[in-house]
Design a protein around this ligand. Structure first.
Ligand code: FE2
Length: 347
């Protein structure tokens, strides 16, 4: 994390100190309980800044797996106020599992674009990650469409992780939403035929295998580019990062943008501190919190006008995100997963 960001959050805390004293004496400060699947290192500084600014204490529960099952099991006695996770699929599962409630907040609606939140306020995106093309630096390539991954000219040149990983099922779901199921099946068969190796490993392995000469191109998430290109010189991660250039692919149609997934949050159905829950979510889409998401985790802010982390800005740049509502894309997840199995993508 940069010193600049720490000082920014620090200044925020300082400014809030006087107000905080007043709040504490005026009435008992509130509290809010956050259940999150996101890493402590990313989230904790944001929560500390929120408490300094608002006087609201945050109880944080880091839940690695089974967030929905846990909140369901706790039922009406659940202390959870805010549920935070990554991937649109996980957010939709929380809503369909009946553990969220709708929120009406002009501040949230103004900060989060309509295609990145539930129409009824059941969840809001807090940050974005783009599914981008990593390419060998030496390739004469400046633009790319997701459909091109199936072009026979890339036979034996494509690397990608498992088709069943949520990052890829969401991409395939988006392809179904744009091009229909039949075309998507054909496309998946084409991509499968182009694979340089089994669809396995992680996103960073795409850069590793481009450096190793195994493949020329591959699809992976944008924030790993920030991690790798900012890594210490001489480390493996830095070598992988230095071997690639990055292109923002789009879908072929005239409304096609770059596929994004999100991190997001929802207010829990049985939230004991509903007002504070909304207050925390509003803080997380504020300018300072959004800048923190960008600088610390190399994510794309959902709020307009927030600067990108410099390496992300230079190597990937501003997003023209797919304008389809991400909730609409999520409807095709099961269909996507079935197709991926049908073509034997991971075999
Ligand atoms: Fe990831």
């Amino acid at each position: 994390m940069t010193a600049r960001l720490y000082s920014r959050l620090g200044a925020l805390s300082g400014m809030a100190a006087a107000a905080l004293t007043f709040t504490l004496t005026a009435h008992a400060a509130g509290e809010v309980t956050l259940y999150t699947t996101r890493e402590a290192g990313l989230i904790q500084p944001l929560l500390t800044a929120f408490t300094a600014q608002s006087g609201v204490k945050v109880n944080t529960v880091f839940v690695k797996d089974g967030l929905l099952e846990r909140v369901k099991a706790e039922g009406a006695r659940s202390p959870a106020d805010v549920l935070m996770t990554v991937d649109i699929g996980n957010l939709v599962d929380l809503v369909e599992g009946g553990v969220t409630q709708p929120v009406k907040s002009p501040a949230l609606d103004a900060a989060v674009p309509a295609n990145l939140r539930a129409a009824d306020g059941q969840w809001y995106a807090l940050s974005m990650r783009a599914r981008v093309l990593y390419a060998d630096k030496k390739l004469p390539l400046n633009s790319f469409r997701y459909e091109d991954l199936a072009d026979p000219k890339y036979k034996g040149k494509v690397c990608i992780r498992s088709g069943q990983h949520p990052y890829n099922t969401a991409l395939v779901a988006a392809m179904i939403a744009h091009d229909g199921e039949a075309k998507t099946e054909q496309w998946l068969r084409g991509v499968k035929a182009n694979l340089a190796r089994k669809a396995t490993g992680g996103d960073r392995d795409v850069a590793r295998d481009i450096l190793g000469g195994i493949c020329d191109i591959g699809i992976a998430n944008s924030y790993y580019v920030g991690q790798m290109k900012n890594a210490k010189p001489g480390t493996d991660a830095r070598k992988w990062g230095d071997a690639i250039k990055v292109i923002r692919p789009t879908f072929a149609g005239k409304n096609g943008g770059t596929h994004v997934n999100i991190s997001g949050a929802a207010v829990a159905k049985n939230a004991p501190h509903r007002a504070e829950a909304v207050q925390l979510m509003e803080f997380l889409v504020s300018d300072s919190a959004q800048a923190f998401y960008a600088e610390t985790n190399y994510e794309y802010p959902v709020r307009k006008g927030v600067a990108l982390e410099p390496v992300i800005g230079e190597t990937i740049g501003e997003l023209k995100a797919d304008p389809l509502p991400i909730a609409e894309i999520a409807k095709y997840r099961k269909q996507a997963s079935t197709l991926i199995d049908k073509v034997g993508f991971d075999q």
